[in-house]
Ligand binder design. Structure first.
Ligand code: NAD
Ligand code: UDP
Length: 346
């Protein structure tokens, strides 16, 4: 049985679908602080498979213990975390407590219940302001905000745990920029409030909820002056977790992989592709740089290809189509579903 913390979230829900499609038994733990119960029904609809769900906060050891008592957990994929960089600067204590205590609690329970396999959602943010691209796993690590610090600290804990206990198999997966959605268009990313990230902002402009995109700076050292990132389809990312789980079954100890495509696209590139493949105009204006942003960030995904046999399959066009299908079908996200349906029956 695979325990998926944060399995009702954006990346977690797509990973649960892949796991169920590959006949894994799944138990989700999520306190729904950034997701909706509606997602659970949609996962069932897509897969026609069932799974267990516990509405539990992973920082609450006594409650979480119940999950280990009631299920035979073989491996854990740990997505549950707070993830907004800007918010982490304003509320550092919440971020350190939620993200660090959640991971530490899981590590303690792994010890108590003899669970040895653990996959962790890390992020390219642990590379700090790397001046060199593509970024390899052995590059120097540093962080610039509390969110990133929680990722790096948990990685450090994992490195120490691995040295102390050779039975542990621990995977650190460093995601680049996940976008896109399941092809069904019924699950996808739905940030709270005004989106901070580029793709959800673009899709909200496309629905007319937001009037125009602000492009944060056109004087970066890139081919068109706008920031370059490595966008990866969330379904490819989800598949990377299955490959990592399979690798852990070979008792490799600690493993670390970048999950990215290796291709960098600028903000303007993404806007143009989105407009072309979806036949929608995205009005934009160039504004000043967002503090802390870097020129360029893209992965060298060679290690994951060689050691996991994983490579991203979907290109930027498909990412833009799938992001839009999800948002077009769900302009109000999950929470407003009832309201939306009510309006339809009036
Ligand atoms: P998300 O917010 O959609 O999913 C996280 C889920 O965890 C949510 O359903 C939330 O309700 C749950 N959660 C949070 N704290 C919890 C707690 N204490 N107990 C139980 N459940 C809790 O985020 P996501 O985009 O799916 O990200 C998943 C993971 O990947 C996170 O760890 C995030 O830091 C990491 N990550 C995300 C990105 C990205 O751009 N989306 C990039 C790199 C890394
Ligand atoms: N960006 C932008 N307008 C927005 C949001 C983001 O121009 O409303 C730019 C941002 O400056 C960066 C790129 O889009 O160059 C990706 O930003 P995002 O926040 O999605 O990812 P991150 O910067 O965390 O990699």
């Amino acid at each position: 049985m695979i325990l998926v913390t944060g399995g009702a979230g954006y990346i977690g829900s797509h990973t649960v679908i892949e796991l169920l499609n590959h006949n894994y038994q799944v138990v989700i733990v999520d306190n729904l602080c950034n997701s909706s119960e509606v997602i659970l029904d949609r996962i069932k609809k897509i897969t026609d498979k069932n799974f267990k769900f516990y509405n539990i906060d992973v920082t609450q050891k006594d409650e979480l213990k119940k999950v280990f008592e009631e299920n035979h957990i073989d491996s854990i994929i740990h997505f549950a975390a707070l993830k907004a960089v800007g918010e982490s600067v304003l509320k550092p204590l919440e971020y350190y407590k939620n993200n660090l205590v959640g991971a530490l609690t899981l590590f303690e329970l792994m010890k108590e219940y003899n669970v040895n396999n653990f996959v962790f959602s890390s992020s390219a943010t642990v590379y700090g302001n790397s001046k060199i691209c593509p970024i390899r796993e052995d590059f120097q690590l540093s962080t610039t905000n509390p969110y990133g610090a929680t990722k790096l600290m948990i990685e450090d804990v994992m490195r120490d745990l691995s040295k102390a206990n050779e039975n542990l198999n621990l995977a650190i997966l460093r995601y680049f920029n996940p976008i896109g959605a399941h092809i069904s268009g019924i699950i996808g990313e739905e940030p709270n409030g005004i989106p901070n990230n580029l793709m959800p902002y673009i899709t909200k402009v496309a629905t007319g909820t937001l009037t125009e995109l602000s492009i944060f700076g056109d004087d970066y050292n890139t081919h068109d002056g706008t920031g370059v990132r490595d966008y990866i389809h969330v379904v490819d990312l989800a598949k990377g977790h299955l490959k990592a789980l399979q690798k852990l079954e070979q008792n490799p100890g600690l493993i670390t992989y970048n999950l990215g495509t290796g291709q960098g696209y600028s903000v303007l590139d993404l806007v143009k592709v989105f407009e072309e493949v979806n036949n929608i105009e995205i009005p934009y204006k160039i504004t000043s740089r967002r503090p802390g942003d870097i020129d360029m960030c893209y992965a060298d995904p060679t290690k994951a290809f060689i050691e996991l046999g994983w490579t991203a399959e979907y290109g930027i066009e498909r990412m833009c189509q799938d992001s839009w299908r999800w948002q077009r079908n769900n302009p109000y996200g999950y929470e407003k579903e009832d309201h939306f349906l009510d309006m339809g029956t009036c």
